[in-house]
Write a protein that binds this ligand. Structure first.
Ligand code: CP
Length: 317
């Protein structure tokens, strides 16, 4: 594996989950693999879980890990070709990426979308530029449109908790939030679930449908209660509108996940990637219940990064 941008790079997502669970059971088994290897985790935006879990995963493989908060501590980067750089951008991505690629064996990138220009955001300019110029494997630690390490952790969590249910009903539900958030977690979760052996339902208010390329074959309904009926897993997340790009069209608290709605499910498990706005996205009574998997998901972020970095190191030899 020389890049991990989306489910497409996983080739066989279910096989990757099986291998990840084996690694989780024996986390020190490959600590020799990353000896004398280094990874740079580059953050244009804030993070708690992604930063710490990817760092832990690198350490479990014996790697040297550097975290670079480029958004706060680095030079402002120019991404356009052929421009006269006499403005506020001090360094071109061509130069920055080549330098970082010369220092490190693997690079992780977190770069959120502008939410102002849909066409530009959906070209994934930042992560693609690093891939083009750095010359080393690149891990998507949440890009403009996708968050594959989160989705892999989520699929691992579902497989750990589905018990005897062969093909669980998994519901991705929009929930309200006071700020405009990217579509990346919702897009990515839908993309991975479309490749997994689950029944995927997406529910959101009108105007919040995800991009068709990511919603894929999911059944989409604007009736949240209909979606919750008989569900085995409820995955809550806010996203801003894709259609009216980056806009907040609703903050309707009737979409908050509460115990009354969870009662419609098949004793469903509650999932959220965190960070979460309690009693806005989800009521305390749900997120603090025994059916809440939020900590399991966060723990599996280490497992997801662990298996992805292992695959990259194996290719490098
Ligand atoms: N879920 C997730 O990516 O968390 P952070 O933004 O804290 O990394």
């Amino acid at each position: 594996m020389n890049k991990f941008f989306s489910v497409e790079d996983a080739q066989n997502p279910e096989a990757l989950v099986t291998e990840a669970l084996q690694l989780k059971a024996n986390p020190r088994a490959f600590e020799h693999l990353g000896k004398n290897k280094s990874i740079c985790l580059i953050f244009f935006n804030p993070s708690l879980r992604t930063r710490l879990s990817t760092q832990r995963a690198g350490e479990l493989l014996g790697m040297n890990v550097t975290v670079f908060n480029i958004g706060k501590e680095g030079w402002q980067l120019e991404f356009a070709d052929g421009v006269v750089m006499n403005g506020d951008k001090a360094e071109h991505i061509k130069d920055a990426a080549r330098v970082i690629g010369a220092y490190f064996d693997i690079i992780g990138i977190r770069s959120f979308p502008s939410l102002a220009d849909r066409e530009k955001d959906y070209t994934e300019e930042v992560i693609n530029a690093f891939y083009q110029y750095a010359g080393v494997p690149i891990v998507n630690m949440e890009s403009a449109t996708l968050h594959p390490l989160q989705s892999l952790a989520d699929l691992i969590t579902i497989r750990e908790h589905q018990g005897v249910i062969e093909r669980p009903k998994v519901v991705l539900t929009w929930a309200p939030h006071p700020r405009a958030l990217p579509q990346s977690v919702g897009n990515s979760f839908a993309q991975w679930m479309n490749r997994a052996d689950v029944e995927l339902v997406i529910t959101n208010p009108e105007g919040y449908d995800l991009a068709p390329e990511f919603a894929g074959d999911a059944y989409v309904t604007h009736d949240q209660k209909e979606a919750f009926e008989g569900a085995d897993f409820i995955y809550a997340k806010n996203w801003s509108s894709y259609e009216q790009y980056g806009q907040i069209l609703s903050q309707d608290s009737r979409w908050t996940v509460d115990a009354e709605k969870m009662a419609l499910t098949n004793n469903g498990k509650f999932m959220h990637c965190l960070p979460v706005r309690r009693n806005v996205i989800v009521a305390d009574e749900v997120i603090d219940s025994e059916n809440s998997l939020i900590i399991d998901q966060a723990v599996n972020r280490v497992t997801a990064a662990h298996i992805v970095l292992k695959k990259m190191l194996e290719v490098q030899g």
